[in-house]
Design a protein around this ligand. Structure first.
Ligand SMILES: Cc1cc2nc3c(=O)[nH]c(=O)nc-3n(C[C@H](O)[C@H](O)[C@H](O)COP(=O)(O)OP(=O)(O)OC[C@H]3O[C@@H](n4cnc5c(N)ncnc54)[C@H](O)[C@@H]3O)c2cc1C
Length: 316
């Protein structure tokens, strides 16, 4: 019996069985996995920074015992830890509905977590279960966090290697007339191969980090660029802004994506829209700089902690 048959065809997100058909070492740090499966054609193709969940098989029992109905998430959370399949968040790099395929670019970071270990060991024919937006639902755009105003003078995108697949998806989805700067800190200069195209008016700043700690290059560079791109706000006005509440990234998720009640952009127009994602403490530092240092309107900045140094996604 198809696993999907236990889920309503109009759910906003669905669980889909996905089998690896191709593995490509795109660059020193990235492995691209192509998946297919009988239900893959139903994955909504929203592009931008579409996030999805990957569920990994248990060593002994694979996906036996994984609830595959509409309330799977609650049931999965209640499973005893040894029987609970590891789940991690990734970006869909590309969906090709016509041939029932999709790609994910995984930044290899050692044999330390379920996702990174799977990426090192995976073979053609291996199966994952993915939680993805459903093309047949009335609302198909769940899991997209790029909500730029309709009219924006400049965009600022910034992130580390975990955010590069999302930045690539956003740059490919932007109108050709877009202007701004995209800043990526990656382990190796050749890792930029993950990015295929961008609007001419968006400058690309690549920061190869080598062995330095994550954020070492990203933080000063984005601070410098943000100070240049941010609309001029006088320091007296910035001093009157409410104090930015602290986010304890050891306990809370750093995730601030301004949307209106319909899930769309809050502002109709803005001089600058910024999207920042990556290691949480680096993104937290940049959040403070943009909002409290440069006075950028919080309604036109999205900040996302994609991972936390020294902490697995399980400790959320
Ligand atoms: C919305 C969203 C989209 C994402 N998209 C992508 C994507 O397309 N490609 C991608 O590669 N990643 C992406 N990530 C990041 C990915 O989910 C994390 O890196 C995840 O923690 C990896 O899981 P794991 O099982 O390998 O490690 P975990 O079990 O979560 O963590 C184990 C250890 O590894 C460390 N760690 C986790 N990630 C990294 C890293 N990248 N480098 C160094 N150390 C790390 C942790 O701090 C921890 O100490 C995304 C995250 C989010 C929230």
């Amino acid at each position: 019996m198809s696993r999907l048959s236990q889920q309503s065809p109009d759910s906003i997100f669905i669980l889909v069985a996905a089998v690896v058909t191709r593995i490509e070492q795109v660059s020193p740090s990235y492995r691209r996995f192509t998946f297919t499966g009988p239900e893959v054609q139903h994955i909504a193709d929203n592009r931008h920074d579409q996030r999805i969940k990957l569920l990994f098989p248990l060593p002994e029992t694979g996906f036996d015992g994984l609830p595959m109905h509409d309330d799977w998430y609650q049931a999965w959370r209640l499973l005893p830890t040894p029987e609970r399949h590891a789940m991690r968040t990734y970006t869909i790099r590309e969906v090709r509905q016509d041939v029932a395929e999709f790609d994910i670019d995984i930044a290899l970071h050692g044999r330390v977590g379920p996702a990174s270990t799977w990426a090192l060991d995976a073979r053609i024919g291996d199966e994952l279960i993915v939680n993805v937006p459903n093309a047949r639902a009335a609302v198909t755009a769940g899991g997209v966090d790029w909500h730029a105003p309709e009219s924006v003078d400049q965009v600022l995108l910034a992130g580390d290697e975990t955010a590069l697949p999302a930045i690539a998806g956003i740059l490919e989805s932007l109108p050709d007339t877009s202007r701004g700067i995209a800043v990526v800190e990656i382990p190796h200069p050749d890792d930029i191969a993950v990015l295929s195209t961008k609007p001419d008016g968006v400058e690309l700043v690549v920061l190869p980090r080598g062995d330095q700690p994550v954020g070492t290059l990203l933080i000063p560079e984005v601070e410098r660029i943000a100070s240049r791109l941010a609309p001029t706000v006088d320091t007296a006005a910035i001093a009157t802004l409410p104090t930015l509440e602290d986010v304890d990234i050891d306990r809370e998720l750093l995730w601030e994506v301004p949307v209106d009640e319909h899930g769309g952009p809050v502002l109709a127009s803005a001089p600058l829209y910024a999207w920042l994602a990556g290691e949480a403490s680096a993104i937290k530092t940049l959040r403070r700089h943009l909002v409290s240092g440069c006075g950028v309107d919080r309604k036109s900045v999205a900040f996302m902690g994609y991972w936390r140094y020294g902490k697995s996604e399980d400790n959320g």
